[in-house]
Design a protein around this ligand. Sequence first.
Ligand code: COA
Length: 188
Amino acid sequence: MDTALAVPDARLHASWAATLRDFGETFPHGSGLDPEDPPTLDAVGCAAFAADKRRCADPAAGLPPGMVSCTYFWLLELDEVVGFLAVRHRLDDVLLEQGGHIGYSVRPAARRRGHASRALRLALAHAGGLGLDRVLLTCEADNRASRRTIEGAGGAYEDTRAGRRRYWIGVAGAGEPLSAVGAVPGRR
Ligand SMILES: CC(C)(COP(=O)(O)OP(=O)(O)OC[C@H]1O[C@@H](n2cnc3c(N)ncnc32)[C@H](O)[C@@H]1OP(=O)(O)O)[C@@H](O)C(=O)NCCC(=O)NCCS
C-alpha cells in the first residue's frame, strides 16, 4: 500500500468530495476547511477550494491577518483522495500552544492502513525543505491513533497543555519542499 501527497487539484474532485462526505459531522483535520463557510462538493466548489488552498502555500499571497502560510496536501491511495494534511510554515502563539506545525486526518473508510504514518514522514521531508529544523505536533491526550502516529515518527514528548500532548520532531535537512502539482509516493 502506498500513500502519496498531492497538491490540491480539481482533477481529484470525485474522491475529494467522497472523502469529505465520509467525515460526516467530524472535522477533517488538515483540510483547511472552514466550518463556517464549507465548500460545495461539486466540481466548481472543488476547483475554488483547491485554488484557495494552493494560494495558502505562497508566502507572497497576502493572507488575512492571523493566518500563517501553510502547505495543504491531499493524501492519495492510488489516484484517490483518502485524507488531508497541512504543514504550517511557522508557529504563532496559538499554534505553539495547541495546533502545532502539522495537522492531518484520514477518511474513516481508509484508516488503519498506515496512511497517516506514511504521510507524516513525507510531510517531515517537506518541512525540512521549507527550512524548518524541527516541527511541533499535538494531539488530544485521549487520541490514541494520533498519538501512536506521532510517536511512531519519533515525536519527543514535551508537555501537555490544555489537554493536548505536545511533541517535537527534528527535521533538519530532511528534504526539498514539495511544490509541483502531482503525487509524491511514500512506502511504509
Ligand atoms: C489519527 C488518524 C489520522 C490516523 O490515521 P491512520 O491512517 O488510521 O493511521 P495509521 O494507519 O498510520 O496508524 C498509525 C498508528 O496508530 C495506530 N492506530 C490507528 N488507529 C488506531 C485506533 N483507532 N486505536 C488505536 N491505535 C490506532 C496504528 O496501529 C498505528 O500504530 P502502530 O504503528 O504502532 O501500529 C485517523 O485516525 C484520523 O483521521 N483520526 C481523526 C482525525 C484526527 O484525530 N487527526 C489528528 C488530529 S491531532
